[in-house]
Design a protein around this ligand. Structure first.
Ligand code: HEM
Length: 480
């Protein structure tokens, strides 16, 4: 029977309610059917156990709710590992993710970066960093951007950074000790790493500009684990707005450098001074801005959390703290009063350096390294935390024991900074910052840990303590 168009329209109009109910019923039934079929623990033909959940959502809610838990975001992985063993798969925001728990897996994936694997991020993370970020650009562009971004990490720049950071740490710790008040190490470390990085990158040291950049960067960072809906008031929305403001701020700075109105000896200047260079020897404005934001996001919370975990671990391991203090005091005694630390003082052979490494192993600042398998389209996560806590790789892994780093590690077994062509660009800067902090703290002060609670802060993609690790400083009598 052929119904004329008006007839169909009338039928729809008259039975609108019924049609909606019918469509909804079919939809819900099919969703439930799929859920029933795929919500059971499955191994499938790929042989990897796991729960795939509803067709698009999968375990998205469990994933994001782990992020809201005080057991820490990594609890999502721990729970599944208990159920399925070391290897498991899950579905998040429509994509199948496999967690890779071994040194061999890490080697296969990280040594094949850009060949068989590529970096992959959830969309809010991509939005935060920007399309021209060194984290997200394709291979050829990555090589150029990475090379050009290396300047602040050269030995000469690091030497300057160490002196500047040392001054800042000394001054701020002195003030905190004088106040006699308890303070949260995380607040201290976030502020000092931010100030030091923004000073090194673009010579901003004064408010209100410093405060404005900090607020906008915090909004962008908070959006990294948000659900990507552009609804006013949400973290995602604030993050997007924060990025827009940073674009204007950094754009204005670039314009002032170009016109000669401003000139500083910093990273931004080296980028602008390349204006007349050939294409492959410079960054365009979008690349400069996206990567300024990237360097701040990649460097601040990571280094700050590692500093906080170092204090927590030292507070709970008095034998390690005593040994470390002895070494750092003897280092201080060998220098003239008031002299700054140099890179030579921060030698890799020191006990302090091993404390930093052990902190990084146990803190797992970046819990896993996400990749996308190019041919099959799989999403794989190199589970650095699992490798760092594997008793076959690190004996007695839950013990804070810096001396384990007397031994040489197997390649791809120590992954706090990743490995392969995408190894952390700020690896030496982060180590220098941690070593300077540890030196000044242990050689100048004693402290009390004012709240031993070990619960994790909610909604943080970089793990940190809920209480921020509060301590009170007391000057150390160096004569004794
Ligand atoms: C304790 C502190 C830090 C830790 C634990 C850390 C960790 C990491 C890790 C694991 C990666 C590799 C990610 C992957 O392969 O998926 C990475 C990459 C990166 N990090 Fe760091 N990082 C720290 C500090 C810094 C600092 C201070 C900076 C810069 C100021 C920085 C800039 C970068 C950049 C630009 C990349 C991307 C490199 C590329 O893709 O070529 N990081 N970081």
């Amino acid at each position: 029977m052929n119904l004329p168009m008006e007839g169909i329209a009338l039928l729809v109009q008259n039975h609108y309610g019924m049609l909606i109910v019918a469509v909804l019923s079919i939809g819900i039934t099919s969703l439930l059917w799929k859920a029933w079929g795929s919500n059971v623990d499955s191994t499938d033909e790929d042989g990897i156990p796991g729960r795939m959940g509803l067709s698009f959502l999968g375990e998205t809610f469990s994933f994001f709710s782990a992020c809201y838990s005080t057991k820490g975001f990594y609890d999502f992985v721990k729970q599944r590992r208990k159920r399925y063993g070391k290897w498991f798969k899950t579905r998040i925001l429509g994509k199948t993710h496999v967690f890779i728990p071994s040194v061999e897996g890490a080697k296969t994936i990280l040594s094949n970066d850009f060949v068989h694997f590529n970096k992959s991020y959830l969309s809010p993370m991509k939005d935060a960093m920007g399309a021209r970020s060194v984290f997200l650009v394709p291979h050829k562009v990555h090589t150029r951007i990475r090379r050009l971004l290396s300047d602040p990490f050269s030995m000469t720049s690091l030497e300057k950074f160490a002196v500047k950071f040392d001054e800042m740490v000394c001054e701020r710790l002195r003030k905190l000790e004088k106040s006699g008040k308890s303070f949260k190490v995380i607040d201290f470390s976030l502020k000092i790493t931010f100030d030091a990085m923004v000073s090194m990158l673009m010579s901003v040291t004064e408010n209100p500009l410093l405060e404005q950049i900090e607020k906008d960067c915090t909004d962008v960072s908070n959006a990294m684990l948000s659900i990507p809906f552009m609804i006013p008031g949400t973290s995602y929305y604030k993050g997007k707005k924060g990025r827009e403001k940073l674009y204007v701020t950094f754009g204005n700075m670039i314009a002032k450098r170009r016109s000669g109105e401003e000139h500083f000896d910093d990273f931004l200047q080296t980028m602008v001074d390349r204006d007349s260079y050939p294409e492959n020897e410079k960054l365009d404005d979008e690349e400069i801005i996206d990567n300024l934001i990237t360097l701040i996001l990649a460097g601040q919370t990571t280094t700050a959390s590692a500093m906080m975990w170092c204090v927590k671990f030292l507070s709970e391991n008095k034998d390690v703290l005593d040994k470390l203090r002895e070494e750092q005091l003897s280092m201080a005694r060998n220098k003239p009063e008031g002299a700054s630390l140099t890179l030579e003082d921060l030698t890799e052979k020191s006990y302090g350096f091993k404390v930093v490494k052990e902190t990084l192993r146990m803190a797992n600042v970046l819990m896993w390294l996400p990749r996308h398998e190019v041919k099959k389209g799989w999403f794989v996560n190199v589970d650095a935390t699992c490798v760092h806590f594997d008793p076959d790789v690190y004996k007695d892994p839950m013990r804070f024991n810096p001396l384990r780093f007397d031994d040489i590690q197997k390649p791809y077994s120590f992954l706090p900074f990743g490995a392969g062509p995408r190894t952390c660009l700020g690896i030496n800067m982060a180590k220098v910052a941690m070593l300077v902090f540890v030196h000044r703290l242990t050689s100048g002060y004693q402290w009390t840990l004012d709240d031993p609670d070990s619960a994790f802060a909610r909604k943080e993609h970089i793990p940190r303590l809920r209480n921020g690790c509060p301590i009170t400083l007391k000057a150390l009598n160096r004569g004794k």
